[in-house]
Design a protein around this ligand. Structure first.
Ligand SMILES: O=c1ccn([C@@H]2O[C@H](COP(=O)(O)O)[C@@H](O)[C@H]2O)c(=O)[nH]1
Length: 233
């Protein structure tokens, strides 16, 4: 395996704990994903502190607002020098295009990824929001919108890698959360194991609690990295 595809989701509010966890897993992962919990508590200075570890940072803030507001948020987040940023594809074409333009104005532009259908939603949850299409169909629809708007890639469930690759080929970056061993029960509903997700065509795997909730996060990350390397060889 050329590059470690694991981005460890460090979902906690405290800077010292987050830094300590990230340092522990750093030798076994390819990057760190920071999300709403960490950013709400620690803000841009927290992101800069995490960057001191030298790993690529995926800042997963899932912007979803009117075009002017989303573009402003993307501009500020892009200035932090992170590797990847997220918006909800459901924000619509104008919002996505405004975000692409805003990111393009920043030196060292991050990759922009559109979240398709959250991995915590199943078909019933989607229907309750008025979306009758099954998750895979909706993910392809939103993926098409986002890629046409100029985004670099998509965040998707591992269960939708195949239909997205069939629709869009190998070029778009697919970043995949919802990585679980079989039988795990929590808020994630559309899941697969890490080796299967990689074999189906994921570019990066976002893995939080299976690593961070383990008694030894370093060993859990190392075990997944070993499994992926064995599959790839
Ligand atoms: O559809 C999505 C989009 C983003 N996420 C984020 O990924 C991690 C997953 O963490 P786990 O602990 O492995 O569930 C988390 O930070 C989410 O905000 C997602 O799960 N699904």
């Amino acid at each position: 395996m050329l590059k470690n595809p694991i981005f460890c989701a460090v979902d906690r509010p405290d800077l010292e704990g987050a830094l300590s966890l990230a340092r522990t897993v750093a030798p076994h992962v390819g990057g760190i994903k920071l999300g709403l919990e960490f950013f709400t508590a620690q803000g841009p200075r927290g992101v800069e502190a995490m960057q001191s570890l030298g790993l690529p940072i995926f800042l997963d803030l899932k912007f979803h607002d009117i075009p002017n507001t989303a573009a402003g948020a993307v501009r500020e987040a892009a200035r932090l020098g992170v590797a990847m940023l997220t918006l909800h594809a459901a924000g619509g074409r104008a919002m996505l295009e405004a975000a692409v333009e805003a990111a393009g104005a920043v030196r060292a532009r991050p990759q922009l990824l559109a979240v398709t259908v959250l991995t915590s939603l199943d078909a019933h949850d989607l229907a309750a929001t008025g979306i009758a299409a099954p998750p895979a169909e909706q993910a392809v629809r939103l993926g098409r919108l986002a890629l046409a708007a100029g985004l670099d890639g998509l965040v998707c469930s591992p269960q939708e890698i195949e239909p997205l690759r069939a629709a869009f080929g190998g070029a778009p970056k697919l970043v995949v959360p919802g990585i679980r061993p079989a039988g795990a029960g929590d808020d994630q509903k559309r899941t697969l194991g890490p080796a299967r997700a990689l074999a189906l065509g994921a570019d990066a795997l976002v893995i939080g609690r299976p690593i961070t909730g383990a008694s030894s996060p370093a060993e859990a990350a190392a075990a997944i990295a070993r499994e992926l390397a064995a599959e790839a060889s």
